[in-house]
Design a protein around this ligand. Structure first.
Ligand code: DLL
Length: 436
């Protein structure tokens, strides 16, 4: 099923909508958001200078750092009383990136999520278990609202508690699972370990995944674990743009359709900031159209991908984006949670007993991401006191958990035992291969 007629318009009609909304958005943001007006003035561009979609290039970029500089809501275009919902994701430092929605924004958002749910094969007959963490993450309430819009029955399970997840999958005859792909694999394997055969014993046949990447080898594994009846699609989005609902894969599985009447995607070279021709791989930059609370122009997502404009067999005419192949910056996505090394550094530097040198190792164990942080002690005498060392370790782990919203493994090592670098320090080793 196709949710909205805007998904099937001829290209010239999509572009006409984009141009109209772009003009409105630029006038709106220039009039209401001072940091953006200042940037436009500095770049010598006025809303009247936007006549074609190509004129988008004249507009300045918005960066994650702008959220930090104007924390918490300096980029908002409406008064607080217009906001009906806040969400937040990780910022590059201790402060989160806060996003807000007006009532109209929520409506637009959830309609876009309804589109991607339909793309993945969901219908009003589905019973959907949402296994994303609720909290301030956009994923859970986004999919929750979008699936309710299409009439599916939603179980707001949240993340963790594998026993309960499995009980509900069985007892409620769940047909659709919403999760990060890594958690879905982990859950599937646990189910198999308990002697349950998902293709015979469960009704589950749809997976709507997102929040982190799913490679093709990972999708193959998904079929081995959940059975061949299981169709799983992935969805892309980010909090700043709305959350899930920016792009989603249809069941043809050939890239994620971008909701182009709400978002204009561009691909740039992250170093030169030049716009690249269609089909080339680079950093995705997105302009949100028609958002009231947080209208972003040319937002640097940091995600590396490629856009494809060839028609899709599903009947949708919107362009498709390929799997995200990496990041232009050093952000890590760990079990769907965004983590910046700078956030970790900030915590470590506040603790007197440890030095400024650290290493971050990311691995995948039992299908789940595990992050181990190795830090040097200032004084190696601590290594002789098991009790003191244990207390220090707990203190650091608690501080990291509260900063990152994620549990980490910690190794405290002797002073001067970590490698020193003459140039740029290589602090992060990511051993996750093919997502498996
Ligand atoms: O992850 C929104 C979302 C939730 C999308 C659920 C889809 C489903 P953030 O927490 O702000 O928002 O994280 C955004 O996660 O910039 C990517 O680096 C990464 N990411 C999200 N979806 C995918 C995906 C949500 N399908 C950041 N493939 C983004 C690869 C993804 N990376």
């Amino acid at each position: 099923m196709i949710w909205a007629k805007e998904e099937t318009l001829p290209r010239d009609e999509i572009e006409a909508i984009q141009l109209r909304k772009l003009g409105e958005t630029v006038r709106y943001i220039y009039g209401r958001v001072k940091p953006y007006r200042d940037k436009m003035d500095a770049a010598g561009v006025k809303p009247e200078d936007i006549h074609t979609l190509d004129d988008l290039k004249k507009l300045p970029f918005t960066y994650k750092a702008d959220f930090k500089d104007h924390y918490p809501d300096g980029l908002f275009a409406v008064d607080k009383k217009e906001i009906v919902r806040y969400h937040a994701s990780s910022g590059t430092t201790g402060k989160p990136t806060v996003v807000g929605y007006t009532r109209n924004d929520l409506d637009m958002w959830l309609n876009n999520v309804a589109r991607l749910a339909c793309m993945g094969g969901a219908t009003a007959d589905d019973v959907a278990q949402i296994s994303f963490g609720y909290g301030t993450f956009t994923g859970a309430l986004g999919l929750h609202g979008g699936l309710e819009k299409i009439g599916a029955s939603v179980i707001p399970m949240s993340s963790g508690n594998t026993n309960k997840q499995i009980m509900f999958l069985q007892d409620m005859e769940v047909t659709l699972l919403v999760a990060t792909p890594s958690y879905a694999l982990h859950l599937g394997e646990e189910i198999r370990r308990r002697g349950i055969d998902p293709s015979k014993d469960l009704k589950l046949h749809i997976g709507l995944f997102g929040g982190e990447g799913m490679t093709e080898p990972m999708r193959d594994e998904m079929h081995k674990v959940w059975g061949d009846q299981f169709v799983c699609t992935q969805n892309y989005g980010m909090s700043e743009l709305c959350g899930p609902g920016v792009a989603g894969e249809c069941t043809e599985l050939c890239g994620m359709h971008v909701n182009e009447d709400w978002f204009i995607p561009e691909i740039i070279d992250p170093k030169t900031e030049e716009v690249l021709p269609p089909g080339e791989r680079g950093e995705l930059v997105v302009t949100c159209l028609g958002k009231e609370a947080l209208p972003l122009v040319r937002y640097r997502t940091g995600d590396m991908t490629r856009l494809m404009y060839e028609p899709c067999k599903c009947g949708r005419t919107t362009c498709r984006m390929e799997n995200i192949s990496g990041r232009a910056d050093d952000m890590l996505v760990i079990r769907g949670v965004n983590v910046f090394p700078t956030q970790i550094e900030e915590v470590l530097l506040k603790i007197d007993e440890i030095g400024p040198h650290y290493e971050i190792l990311v691995e995948r164990k039992n299908r789940l991401d595990v992050m181990t942080i190795t830090v040097e002690l200032i004084d190696d005498r601590l290594l002789d006191s098991y009790a003191q060392l244990g207390k220090l370790e707990e203190r650091i782990k608690t501080a990291l958990k509260s900063q990152l919203g994620l549990a980490t493994q910690l190794r405290l090592v002797a002073p001067n035992s970590l490698q020193r670098f003459e140039g740029k320090a290589k602090r992060v080793t990511d051993l996750r291969k093919d997502g498996l």
